[in-house]
Design a protein around this ligand. Structure first.
Ligand SMILES: [Zn+2]
Length: 382
C-alpha cells in the first residue's frame, strides 16, 4: 500500500519539464553552428600564418576556413534530393555569428581594441566570398536553410580585450592571427573563452547579466539587418549559456534555446514558454570519425523513445577551401537521409520553429498543410 501511494505521489509531483516532450512521429532536425564566422583565410592565410611561426596542421580546426557559395550550393543539392512523408526537404538550422573582427581597423588602432564588422555589411578585408550572401538567401527562400542566432562574436570579447591590454605573449598571438586575417583558433588559445563565458574570470565565469543583455541585443539587431527577421532560435557559442542568457534571448524574441550534445535528453518547455532542445546525434566527420551505422543507430534510439533526433553538424564539415571536408560530409549525409527515409517512412524533417509549434500546438505547417504530431507520455514508449 505504502509503495502504491508513494508511486502515485511521485507521478503527481513530477514536473512535466523533467519528463520532457516525446512525440508519436519520428522527427529529424539538424542544428549547425558557426555560420558567418571567418577562420583561417584559405591557402593564403595558411601560408601567412606558417610564415609568422604558427605551425598549422595539428587539429582539423587549423583548417577551419569559411563557407563558400559552392559549399552551400552543394549542400542544397543534397538536401533537394530528399523528401519526408509530408513532401518537405530536410532543413538545416544554421546558427550565425553576426559580426566578424574588422582586422584592418583593429590593427590600425595598434591592435589594442576590438572592432567588429557586421555580417550585414559584408566580410572584413581581405576576405572575399563571391555570391555567398545570395546563396544563404536562396537556401532560406527554398526552406532548406533555417537561420538562427549563434552570437555577436564567438569568443569572449572581455577576455581578448584584457590580453590585448596586458600586451604579453597572448596579445601578440592575437595580433599575429589578425595580421593574417584570422580572428582566432580556439584550441590554440582556449583562454579566449566563449561569448558569454570568461574562462579565467575570478568568480562567476558567466558574464554579468547586463553584459549578456547588451551583447544579445546587438547580435539580434545585426541579425535583423542581415535577414530582415528576428531569430526564433539561438545557441550560445561553446553551448555556454545560463539563466541570464535565456532571459536575454527571450526578451529579444527568441523562443528556442539550443543546448549541446550529452545524453539523450528530451526537449522541454520552461515556465516562460521557451523550448529547450538537446542535440542527440553527433555528425561531425571533419572533426571526429563517425560511421553511417552508428549515426543511424543513434537516430533510431531517439525515434524509438519518441525523442526528436537532433543532429549536431558544425559548419566546418561543409568547408572545402583548405581541406575538403565537404565531400565526405555530403556523401555521409546523403546516405544517412536515404537510410532513414527507407526505414522510417513516417519520418518528418522539421526545424526549430516547427518543433516549437509542435510542442505548443501539436501541429506545424508543411507546404501549407497542417501536420499533426501528438505528444506521448513515457509509458507509451515504443
Ligand atoms: Zn560555435
Amino acid at each position: 500500500m505504502k509503495s502504491l501511494l508513494h508511486r502515485a505521489w511521485a507521478r503527481a509531483r513530477k514536473p512535466r519539464a523533467l519528463d520532457g516532450l516525446r512525440f508519436d512521429r519520428p522527427l529529424l532536425l539538424f542544428q549547425s553552428d558557426d555560420w558567418g564566422r571567418v577562420g583561417v583565410r584559405d591557402h593564403e592565410g595558411c601560408d601567412a600564418l606558417r610564415a609568422a611561426g604558427v605551425p598549422l596542421g595539428e587539429s582539423p580546426y587549423d583548417f577551419y576556413s569559411f563557407e563558400t557559395a559552392d559549399d552551400l550550393t552543394a549542400l542544397r543539392e543534397v538536401l533537394k534530393g530528399h523528401n519526408d512523408s509530408a513532401g518537405r526537404h530536410p532543413a538545416i538550422v544554421m546558427n550565425f555569428v553576426t559580426a566578424n573582427v574588422d582586422f584592418a581597423r583593429c590593427l590600425a588602432s595598434g591592435g589594442h581594441e576590438i572592432s567588429l564588422l557586421p555580417l550585414s555589411e559584408g566580410l572584413p578585408d581581405p576576405w572575399t566570398r563571391p555570391r555567398l550572401f545570395e546563396e544563404y538567401r536562396r537556401g532560406i527562400a527554398e526552406g532548406m536553410f533555417f537561420p538562427a542566432l549563434h552570437g555577436l562574436t564567438h569568443f569572449c570579447a572581455k577576455a581578448v580585450a584584457r590580453e590585448l591590454k596586458t600586451d604579453g605573449e597572448r596579445g601578440r598571438l592575437v595580433r599575429k592571427l589578425w595580421s593574417a586575417g584570422t580572428p582566432y583558433i580556439h584550441w590554440r588559445m582556449p583562454w579566449i573563452g566563449y561569448e558569454y563565458w570568461d574562462i579565467e574570470a575570478k568568480s562567476d565565469q558567466y558574464l554579468a547579466v547586463e553584459d549578456q543583455q547588451l551583447a544579445i541585443q546587438q547580435a539580434v539587431g545585426l541579425y535583423q539587418k542581415l535577414f530582415n527577421s528576428t531569430p526564433v532560435s539561438a545557441c550560445a557559442p561553446g553551448y555556454r549559456s545560463n539563466a541570464n542568457t535565456h532571459k536575454a534571448w527571450f526578451d529579444n524574441g527568441i523562443r528556442v534555446a539550443q543546448n549541446g550534445p550529452g545524453g539523450r535528453q528530451a526537449p522541454f518547455l520552461d515556465r516562460r514558454g521557451m523550448l529547450h532542445t538537446f542535440r542527440t546525434v553527433e555528425m561531425e566527420p571533419a572533426v571526429t570519425p563517425c560511421s553511417l551505422e552508428s549515426l543511424i543507430g543513434d537516430a533510431e534510439k531517439c525515434f524509438r523513445s519518441g525523442l526528436p533526433a537532433i543532429v549536431s553538424i558544425h559548419s566546418i564539415n561543409f568547408h572545402s577551401t583548405i581541406r575538403d571536408f565537404r565531400t565526405l560530409t555530403l556523401a555521409l549525409l546523403d546516405q544517412f537521409l536515404s537510410a532513414l527515409e527507407m526505414k522510417w517512412p513516417k519520418m518528418l524533417y522539421v526545424h526549430d520553429a516547427d518543433l516549437l509549434c509542435i510542442a505548443t500546438e501539436g501541429a506545424y505547417l508543411a507546404n501549407g498543410r497542417s501536420i499533426s504530431v501528438n505528444e506521448i507520455n513515457v509509458s507509451a514508449e515504443r
